[in-house]
Design a protein around this ligand. Structure first.
Ligand SMILES: *Cc1c(COP(=O)(O)O)cnc(C)c1O
Length: 388
């Protein structure tokens, strides 16, 4: 029996790094103070939160005062989009986003569309990217905000964020980017990027689950989604998740160290080997997403005449954890909204597989997957109801 376990679903979540976990541990028990308390227990927690805020800010070239910790990446997306829409004045009521956003943005914008706002959902090209021309053409005098993701979580395509943000700046509208898949994996610098708001999530970058952050450029006004004690500059009430925040800070410092050590280049090489190997060995398979404007760690393919679920389950059986675009949300069998927006038909998009590599992925792991994957497809095709 093969006992190998190869986790290739790092876009869904990453393991909390051991260094990160160790940094968090004291804040569950010994250093358990509420950072809003005046006594020494409270002050100790406040200091830890402040230090973590510095680390997360430094990862993206921001100042600590521009980082708002939230309960998740989804919470940060909701705060950015609803917060900007609700604080708009002067009769402005138009919000723009793209068809391939994570549901934390897409469903939030759609909800605004049913609650008094006008919405434009931008199409994408065959790679899943938003064109600057399309964005420019959609902006109206009453546009409040555009929200376009930095990099897509299903196909890894990186959007031309500098251009998109530049257009928004010129037109005087707010620009938000969901950078959950990018932050901690590729260098981001808000001193150079024309973005007003940027979302991050710790558990996608080797931090703990249940803690996100929104970068908010100075001077941008948001209406809070949560009301209460006024924590996080009044924008995310609720007692701070101190262990989570500390873990986020440690994860940010670790990510900076690994950039410097060439982790993105290492992963890009492995990703290319995996993509080339799959399309060479599996007939009627192709890469989805852009081949070069792409997250270093994310490989995604479509295998024609096969159901993604079948491949996921059989790869799991040989110890390889991947995901399929067609089942990624709540076990639903709806094809991925991302692949459909890229122009794939329903049947083809059901055959999508995402393999997202991580810090623990080795070249040996890639060789193992390249050995196991083709025969699995062959077996499934023999059983397949599709006529090829
Ligand atoms: C995972 C993810 C989110 C949501 O983050 P959570 O912290 O899990 O709520 C948002 N956007 C993208 C692109 C993601 O990949």
């Amino acid at each position: 029996m093969d006992k190998r376990r190869i986790y290739l679903d790092n876009s869904a979540t990453t393991a909390t790094a051991v260094e990160v976990r160790d940094a968090m541990l004291p804040y569950f028990h010994e250093a358990m103070g509420n950072p809003n308390s005046l006594h020494s227990w409270g002050r100790e927690s406040r200091k830890a939160v402040d230090e973590a805020r510095e680390s997360v800010a430094s990862l993206i070239g921001a100042s600590a005062g521009d980082i708002i910790f939230t309960g998740s990446g989804s919470a940060a997306d909701n705060l950015a989009v609803k917060g900007a829409a609700w604080s708009a004045r002067g009769g402005k009521k138009h919000v723009i986003t793209s068809a391939v956003e994570h549901h934390a943005v897409l469903r939030t914008v759609q909800w605004l569309g049913k609650n008094g706002f006008d919405v434009t959902i931008l199409p994408v090209d065959e790679y899943g990217a938003v064109s600057p021309e399309a964005l420019e053409g959609a902006i109206r005098p009453d546009t409040i905000l555009a929200s376009v993701m930095y990099a897509n979580n299903e196909v890894g395509t990186i959007n031309p964020i500098a251009k998109l943000g530049g257009i928004c700046k010129t037109k005087g509208i707010l620009f938000h980017t969901d950078a959950v898949q990018a932050a901690g994996h590729i260098p981001l610098d808000v001193r150079e990027l024309p973005v007003d708001m940027l979302t991050m999530s710790a558990h996608k970058m080797y931090g703990p689950k249940g803690i996100g952050a929104l970068y908010l450029r100075k001077g941008v006004k948001l209406t809070p989604v949560l009301h209460g004690g006024g924590q996080e500059f009044g924008l995310a009430s609720g007692t701070e998740n101190v262990p989570g925040i500390v873990g986020f800070g440690a994860a940010a410092r670790l990510a900076e160290k690994l950039f410097a050590a060439g982790e993105a280049e290492r992963l890009t090489k492995l990703r290319e080997k995996l993509l080339d190997g799959i399309v060479e060995r599996i007939p009627d398979s192709f890469v989805t997403g852009h081949r070069t404007e792409r997250l270093p760690f994310l490989a995604s393919v479509c295998v024609r005449r096969i159901e993604g679920e079948g491949m996921v389950l059989r790869l799991d059986f040989v110890g390889v954890g991947v995901s399929s675009g067609s089942a990624c949300t709540s076990g639903s069998l709806d094809p991925s909204h991302v692949l459909l927006a890229m122009g794939l038909d329903h049947a083809t998009s059901h055959g999508s597989v995402r393999l997202s590599l991580g810090r623990e992925t080795s070249e040996d792991d890639i060789d193992y997957v390249l050995g196991k994957f083709p025969p699995i497809v062959e077996t499934l095709r023999k059983m397949s109801p599709y006529k090829g």
